[in-house]
Ligand binder design. Structure first.
Ligand code: ADP
Ligand code: SF4
Length: 693
């Protein structure tokens, strides 16, 4: 069972009047569900509690209509209408023995109030930070009194809904209380501005209000950003962050500390290692006797033990590790360390929230599907009839399909053309900063090796004849995709003329085993990124690191534009500049010459020319669908080719994210043996009540 080394992680921790059963603490995190998908949210949070998290928190819960951030779907606790939703959530957490926490927030100048149309408010006259042409007005004393009353009433409603932990929140630069604390946002001359003592005043008042209102039954947590990574322009762990903790040290029942804004708190693995926040947050425990929660994408139980023993934190805060594996605590508790599905730090989970859509996860395909599809991260119904299934392709889609089919009890044969498992992740995890992406392969291989009913074959490049000769009735093709060599991409829908006038590479070439940039001709390199996710930037980084003069050209107004939604776009841009890459935005490639590329401005069409000896085209991908089309062609004349079901999944169906491929593989296994009616919505939907006039 449990390794005694990890016993310390299972000690209870008192948080004011309530006690957490162990040290595992799911800090508040967005799930794109909130008030709009309350049943989904309740099931998601309940699943974390089932997986052993002692404390499970909501996303931020707006306390008032003047505090809302639509279109993002957070929680709301404006009035009694919100209570049934929130009660369903606390009941789901309590049913599994967890404590439920709620992060109350007024978003201050982070609230454009698109839905409520209330005038935004903040400590001083400032533009709202959403980019809208709106300003927050400076709050007067009546506003401050209102704010305190709204927060107090929200805390009382939270207690009524059954919450055990109620937050006061000053983090991520998204909270009015942090705005008051910040010299940047607060230039008041009254007792709420000026000295740090004055700027902390509102936080102190709200903490006292909350304790008085609910402190008898609920622990009062304070989530505080101790550093904004802005140097002298912001709060710093060595300056006002430290001093604010000293001033408020014993007031909250628990300190939940991190760095701000969200892009610093949730850094991708490309830019931050496990434990990256320790440098900033480790001082907090020296100033308070109250329990301290910290985060840092911890997935290793040894690292967790270390931070507790070293006195850096009392409770292991986690958002992403709890998303990738809701059963992480249970697995440590039952000695199943190898089964932990480790977060890869890709922030696909964050993109869900940024699209106001329910959360998804690369590693955990059941994330967000707990209620609407009834998917459990650890359990898949056993198959009634033990049948054979052949899965072709050992990338994320094929590995997950084989693993989940194996878990269901099917007789699985998994064949992979290459010499190694992992498909695209085997290649992509060798790119700078992406080593942890290999966990997508590693976890699945670890699980597959435990399944006696799965046979696995490398170096097996199957043809249609091979497949038919096996006589296996169920076949799933997970054959992946290749990068296009014709220039067709996001903006351009026809071939770019002259692409073959000089050496042309795609990411497949650069990532291929044995790729040697030294064998390529000297001279300027152009990476043309008409895809917009990570690959264009990565190609430029790889070649610049190899000493080449690289220009990254993209029709988009930003480098790796889609990574904005995963929060690391500014870091990617900075890294490229620091690597010596020249950046050319808003430029479409129209043609290639012998030693140049022709460009046109995305807006005006104005032509330009750039020297180019070596071109790397990162445009879009084509599915490897030949096998699928061959097999389909053989049965098209009505011939019985001995295949009952033929599936095509993952990038081989339509290239997308790794998360989409893993999801496709998982869904294949879940759907196996079911009659799927394409006219029926494949999941339950939340009901919206019609209230009438
Ligand atoms: P996905 O992300 O959809 O899993 P990948 O490109 O990562 O796609 O993986 C697809 C895998 O399928 C690759 O490792 C590739 O070698 C393998 N593959 C493609 N065609 C065949 C085939 N005919 N037989 C066996 N394996 C194949
Ligand atoms: Fe981790 Fe990526 Fe899953 Fe988010 S989506 S929890 S970063 S693996």
């Amino acid at each position: 069972m449990r390794d005694p080394r990890y016993d310390i992680l299972f000690e209870p921790v008192a948080i004011g009047p309530v006690t957490a059963r162990n040290r595992f603490y799911q800090v508040p995190h967005c799930a794109g569900m909130g008030y709009r998908y309350p049943s989904s949210n309740a099931a998601l949070r309940g699943m974390k509690a089932e997986g052993g998290w002692a404390v499970v928190c909501t996303e931020e819960a707006e306390i008032h209509p003047s505090a809302e951030i639509s279109p993002y779907v957070e929680n709301r606790i404006w009035d009694a209408q919100d209570l049934p939703h929130l009660t369903a959530l606390t009941e789901a957490v309590h049913a599994q023995g967890g404590l439920a926490g709620i992060e109350l927030v007024h978003n201050g100048l982070h609230s454009p109030n698109h839905y409520s149309r209330e005038v935004p408010m903040g400590p001083s006259h400032r533009a709202v930070d959403s980019g809208d042409p709106l300003q927050a007005r400076a709050m007067d004393k009546a506003d401050i009194a209102n704010l305190r009353r709204w927060h107090r009433n929200a805390a009382l409603r939270a207690r009524e809904a059954g919450f055990d932990i109620v937050y006061v929140y000053a983090g991520h630069d998204m909270s009015l209380l942090q705005h008051f604390l910040s010299r940047r946002h607060n230039d008041r001359t009254d007792e709420y501005g000026g000295s740090l003592e004055n700027r902390v005043r509102l936080i102190r008042e709200v903490l006292i209000d909350t304790k008085e209102a609910v402190g008898d039954r609920c622990g009062v947590a304070f989530r505080f950003a101790v550093d904004e990574l802005l140097g002298a322009d912001g709060i710093t762990a060595g300056g006002e962050g430290h001093d604010a903790v000293a001033m408020l040290a014993e007031l909250p029942d628990l300190w939940d500390v991190n760095v701000s804004g969200w892009d610093n708190d949730s850094q991708t693995a490309r830019f931050a290692e496990e434990g990256y926040q320790e440098t900033y947050t480790r001082f907090v425990k020296s100033l308070t006797t109250k329990p301290v929660v910290g985060v840092g994408r911890y997935t290793s139980p040894d690292a967790m033990v270390r931070v507790v023993k070293q006195g850096i934190m009392d409770m292991l805060g986690a958002a992403r590790p709890s998303i990738a594996d809701p059963f992480l605590p249970k697995k440590i508790e039952t000695g199943r360390i190898d089964d932990i599905r480790e977060c890869i730090g890709c922030n696909i989970c964050v993109t869900g929230d940024n699209f106001a859509a329910p959360i998804r996860c690369t590693q955990n395909p059941t994330m967000g599907e707990e209620w609407r599809r009834g998917w459990h991260p650890e359990v898949i119904p056993e198959i009634k009839q033990r049948e054979r299934v052949l899965i072709v392709g050992g990338g994320p889609a094929g590995l997950e399909a084989a693993r989940a089919c194996g878990q269901r009890g099917l007789e699985v044969v998994l064949a992979e053309a290459g010499e190694v498992w992992g498909g695209r992740v085997a290649r992509e995890c060798k790119l700078p900063g992406l080593a942890s992406w290999g966990r997508v392969r590693d976890w699945r291989l670890g699980q597959l090796h435990k399944l006696a009913n799965v046979e696995m074959y490398l170096a097996s490049d199957l043809t249609a004849d091979d497949i038919l000769s096996y006589g296996i009735a169920h076949v799933a093709l997970a054959t992946g995709a290749v990068w296009r060599r014709d220039g067709i991409g996001r903006t351009r829908h026809s071939e770019i003329p002259g692409l073959d006038r000089g050496p042309l590479l795609t990411p497949d070439d650069v990532m291929a085993e044995g790729f040697d940039d030294q064998a390529l001709p000297d001279g300027p390199v152009v990476v043309y990124d008409d895809e917009g996710y990570v690959m264009g930037g990565l190609m430029a980084e790889v070649l610049a690191r190899a000493g080449r003069a690289v220009t990254l050209v993209t029709p988009a107004p930003l480098v790796s534009a889609w990574t904005q939604h995963a929060l690391d776009q500014p870091r990617i841009h900075r890294r490229l500049v620091e690597s010596g890459v020249s950046i050319r935005l808003n430029a479409v490639m129209t043609a290639r010459g012998a030693d140049s590329v022709d460009l046109a401005c995305s807006y005006t069409g104005a032509p330009d020319r750039l020297a180019c000896v070596l071109l790397v085209a990162v445009t879009s991908r084509l599915p490897n669908e030949k096998l699928y089309l061959d097999l389909k062609a053989r049965e098209s004349d009505g011939t019985d080719i001995g295949i009952e079901t033929l599936g095509s999944i993952g990038d081989g169906r339509a290239p997308g994210t790794i998360a989409a491929a893993v999801f496709a593989g998982h869904r294949y296994a879940r759907d196996f043996g079911e009659v799927i009616d394409p006219d029926v919505t494949p999941f339950r939907r939340e009901a919206i009540e019609v209230l009438g006039n």
